[in-house]
Design a protein around this ligand. Structure first.
Ligand code: SF4
Length: 70
């Protein structure tokens, strides 16, 4: 699972690092365009200055995964 939360400041680092997974939306903020977790997605998440990118590796196990209720 790839998620960009609302702390994104639109710096463009993630889009520059991994344009296959992130693009700017109409507000000029990053939005994930793929849910495939790759090394470059993790790299983009690490590079985000505000930690707005959440990456969760999903497995195919039938475990009860808890939703990220906020
Ligand atoms: S690196 Fe972080 S702050 Fe910059 S555009 Fe991407 S999600 Fe937004």
């Amino acid at each position: 699972m790839i998620k960009v939360d609302d702390t994104c400041i639109g710096c463009g680092a993630c889009v520059a690092i991994d344009g296959e997974h992130f693009e700017f939306d109409e507000r000029g903020l990053s939005t994930p365009i793929s849910q495939e977790v790759t090394d470059s997605v993790k790299e983009a998440a690490d590079a985000c200055p505000v930690g707005a990118i959440k990456v969760e590796e999903t497995t195919n196990n039938n475990e009860n995964s808890e939703e990220n209720a906020e």
